[in-house]
Design a protein around this ligand. Sequence first.
Ligand code: MN
Ligand code: MN
Length: 293
Amino acid sequence: MNDEIFDKYCEAGRIAAAILTNGAREIREGGSYLELVKSIESRVINEGAELAFPLNVSLNEDAAHDTASPGDERIFKRGDVVKLDLGVQIDGYIADTATTVDLGNNSLLLQASEAALASAIRMVKPGVSAGEIGAVIQGEIESRGYRPIANLTGHGLDQYELHRTPTIPNVGNMGGTILEEGMTFAIEPFATTGSGHVGEKMRREIYSQISNKPVRIPSARTIIGTIKDRNGLPFARHWLQDRKLDLALQTLVKSGMLHVYPVLTDIPGSLVSQHEHTIIVTEDGCVVTTQVR
Ligand code: MN
Ligand code: MN
């Protein structure tokens, strides 16, 4: 990795860390979900950066991939466990970071994912395997009486690429990628009071373009025109305006042009916490790009 790319990763990380930290402080009982999402997303643009993906705000048993719908009327309630997951990119170089806000009495649950992330980061250096990191994450979470979510993982990052090797599991696996200097990836432990496995909900707010084909329906063509400068990175339904938005999105998913990210959820009534940082492996350890400095 050359210095210019390293600097872009670090600058994206600095912006993401500051905005996520301040945004998390603003969540309170009675606050508007939609206003929070719009406010945090606009701060990224105001910093001269771009969103790597829509701000994910996932509540309670929902682990990931929820965000505001157009006209979303939800408000934060007492007892909510709110995951905020922010992606910032500069010229496609991505910072992916998440934290959890507790509006109830769930500090031990939050500590579990936070401690797991801290212990995982302390292990990172060339020669360590992804499986060893997963084992440490699992140990930190289970020793506190919770379960790690086994089917969500950390992931490698590259220019305009959100998910590539290495995969960093949240449970102990044999083997996995051996870390090398220059690898850039997110580590994201999830701790849950539920089953430790997420499934898909019907709720769908986030999409990405995965191929290009001729489109006949005008509203579908408008959507593709609007999102083509995303370079394949995810976008949200609430970023678009069209009278026939949902029909157009459905058509584009069916034709194989769009990928859809349904909300991922553990069992009803469970609570999930998440903490995430983006790191770059160095000669003898790592740099955490998304730590507040
Ligand atoms: Mn994330
Ligand atoms: Mn991630």
